[in-house]
Ligand binder design. Structure first.
Ligand code: ATP
Ligand code: MG
Length: 417
């Protein structure tokens, strides 16, 4: 970690941890010149302090949204979030979200409020944020603002709610899954009271939309700490995916699977298999309790129901698999099988290499790759369905190395049949 002291001042070591992109410095300078307060806040400060380049930059300011708009009248500004105090300024083609300091207002239905109240206080704005490590603010000359011990928690790798955990989860139940997501992705321990409140508040997740649950759950699933969290907080996962409640006692098996399966699709399939949910209809009805895309649903279903299938051994078997399945899917299926049946690891590794070899050498796996087509067969006095059946028969023969894929060889083979 590049960051050392916990401070609210602009000391040298804090400065050195923060390298702001020039467009962020330019925006900050404009607010400074106009006499408004402005800070980088939330995930970007957390990530810079971890030595990770932020994927986006959020600013918060004492300026009201209309004042921000006036300040950036020469730039394109997006106002879709203005009801929540957010103006997105396009600076050198970079969208930067700038939000007026907001404070807690009434939460209704355990979800984030639809209206907000502005405040002149940075501290109040940080008070509404979910976790101490997400409630840090930074300005290049005034330095770090850390009202709730976020820098210490960041250094110690601890995820802790700002304020009372049960109140914070009760206000906005999405924070329950955000806690699991950040713990998983950042590899942070969840502080004891925060962890206890997660269990108590789990039922409140039913108030949260499937889209928002799905977005957090997917990120959590591919985080480094996913396996242990899924076991420890299986009661939470079971709220939206009931069969996964059975994860609780399966940590060693999940760890083994996740070491090899790293995508959301393969990890979810592994969990379903380990929890005994492998029937196609049951898999589909479980996975689609969240609004997953069709492609994701089909992929997870195919992986799960075929998880126990033995890997292809011969080149012909592999080519046949490749007539219907993509290289990526076959590789994922092999990873899943190896992770569930570690005794088959060598077979799966051989099959994975075979799959790569077949793909690289351009072996014929599709009718369109044959050296003859429908017109050639029509010239041989064939018509209708017979053409399709013959092409399929020729593909099978080429896959099984019974005939070479040249026009003459294929037509000769056809005549012999
Ligand atoms: P990342 O963008 O890397 O996923 P992030 O911390 O920036 O992480 P965002 O969802 O972009 O997460 O939110 C930006 C900031 O807004 C957070 O750091 C946090 O301070 C605050 N925040 C977001 N969602 C909530 C919430 N549900 N409750 C309280 N504060 C929140
Ligand atoms: Mg963010």
């Amino acid at each position: 970690m590049t960051y050392h002291p916990s401070t609210t001042n602009a000391d040298a070591s804090v400065q050195s941890a923060f390298a702001l992109p020039s467009y962020i410095s330019d925006i900050i300078a404009r607010f400074d010149a106009a006499g408004y307060e402005v800070f980088c806040v939330g995930g970007c400060v957390r990530d810079m302090m971890r030595g990770v380049t932020p994927h986006d930059w959020d600013l918060c300011t004492s300026a009201l949204p209309e004042q921000t708009l006036a300040l950036f009248a020469d730039k394109t500004c997006l106002t879709v979030g203005i009801k929540h105090g957010t103006v997105t300024v396009m600076w050198d083609k970079n969208p930067v979200e700038i939000t007026t300091y907001r404070c807690e207002s009434a939460y209704i239905g355990h979800r984030a409020p639809s209206s907000v109240t502005f405040t002149p206080s940075l501290r109040e704005d940080c008070l509404r944020r979910d976790f101490t490590v997400n409630a840090l603010a930074y300005h290049p000359t005034t330095g770090l603002r850390d009202f709730f011990g976020g820098a210490d928690d960041l250094r110690a790798g601890i995820l802790r709610c700002v304020g009372s955990p049960s109140e914070r989860f009760d206000e906005d139940a999405l924070r329950i899954l955000r806690a699991l997501r950040f713990s998983s992705v950042l590899d942070f321990d969840i502080e004891t009271d925060t962890a206890a409140a997660l269990h108590t508040c789990a039922p409140l997740l039913t108030y949260i939309s499937g889209e928002r649950i799905l977005s957090e759950f997917r990120k959590m699933l591919i985080g480094v700490r996913a396996a242990s969290l899924l076991c420890e907080f299986a009661d939470i996962i079971a709220v939206f995916y009931p069969p996964l409640g059975a994860c609780a006692g399966l940590q060693p098996q999940i760890e083994t699977c996740f070491a090899r399966c790293t995508t959301a699709e393969t990890r979810l399939s592994a969990l379903l298999c380990l929890c005994g949910c492998t029937d196609a209809a049951e898999v589909r009805s479980t996975v689609s309790r969240l609004p997953v895309e069709r492609r994701f649903l089909d992929e997870v279903t195919a992986l799960t129901i075929n998880a126990a299938n033995m890997p292809p051994v011969t080149r012909a078997d592999m080519r046949r698999r490749m007539t219907a399945e993509s290289v990526g899917h076959i590789t994922d299926q092999l990873s899943l099988h190896a992770s569930l049946f570690p005794a088959h690891t060598d077979d799966c590794n051989r099959a994975t290499a075979l799959c790569a070899s077949v793909a690289a050498s351009g072996d014929v796996t599709r009718i369109s790759q044959l050296a003859v087509n429908g017109r050639d067969l029509a010239a041989e006095h064939m018509s209708g369905r017979a053409i399709g059946e013959c092409l399929q028969m020729l593909l099978d023969a080429v896959i099984d190395d019974k005939v070479e894929n040249t026009r003459d060889a294929l037509l000769r083979y056809l005549k012999l049949r």
